[in-house]
Design a protein around this ligand. Structure first.
Ligand code: AR6
Length: 205
């Protein structure tokens, strides 16, 4: 789906009376984020983020889907990257994907006894990915819910981190050029969590 379409399906439930429509010349923070339920490999943005592992050589979940849709050239480029530390991210081209780039972020494996460490690593996945996109002058980026699948991070906690890092970055000088951040959710449950938490970080003006 193109950005326009993503935007139209975007943000907050109309029933809450909080749906905002962009009005020219008065862009708010809320005009810069969307929630999209579906397959991230179909999303036409400047960069999609991959929930990768440290080897950066593909895997299951969204990582497998992205490699399948991008084609074998993505794996070839990934082989040149020499892996990636947990909490860090590296960028490649998008190859056969509709997205121009893939930002491979390595989320932590969740551990309830190491919440301080894993929450910092997950936050760093978001901030580093946003920074990489901004450094390349990319304008639109889509995130899956990093670490909340195979890596077991509780969706509520992970969503707080995703939204908090994103609002911080969009308000910073470095984030000025980023026009839209799309949160791609894969299940109705995850969609509800994002809808419920979004207003905490992107309040109406
Ligand atoms: N589009 C959007 N979201 C998706 C898609 C898709 N096509 N497919 C799955 N999801 P996961 P992790 C959601 O397990 O927890 C891999 O093997 C999924 O429902 O993909 O960070 C890597 O190589 C969930 O909400 O990533 C690593 O080894 C979210 O994407 C490991 O899994 C993330 O789930 C990373 O685990």
């Amino acid at each position: 789906p193109r950005i326009r379409e993503l935007f139209e399906r975007a943000v907050l439930r109309p029933s809450q009376g909080q749906r905002r429509v962009a009005t020219s010349g008065s862009a708010t923070m809320l005009d810069r984020v969307s929630i999209f339920k579906g397959d991230i490999t179909k999303v036409e943005v400047d960069a999609i983020v991959n929930a990768a592992n440290r080897r950066l050589l593909g895997g299951g979940g969204v990582d497998g889907a992205i490699h399948r849709a991008a084609g074998p050239e993505l794996l070839e480029e990934c082989r040149t990257l020499n892996g990636c530390a947990t909490g860090d991210a590296k960028i490649t081209k998008g190859y056969d994907l509709p997205a121009g780039h893939v930002i491979h972020a390595v989320g932590p494996v969740y551990s309830s006894s190491k919440v301080d460490i894993v929450s910092g690593q997950l936050a760093s996945c978001y901030s580093t990915s946003l920074k990489l996109a901004a450094q390349r002058s990319l304008k639109t980026i889509a995130f899956p819910s990093i670490s909340t699948g195979i890596y077991g991070y509780p969706i509520d906690d992970a969503t707080h981190i995703a939204l908090s890092e994103t609002t911080k970055f969009l308000q910073s000088e470095a984030g000025r050029g980023l026009e839209r951040v799309v949160f791609v959710v894969f299940s109705a449950e995850d969609e509800t969590v994002y809808h419920d938490l979004l207003p905490l970080y992107f309040p109406l003006p």
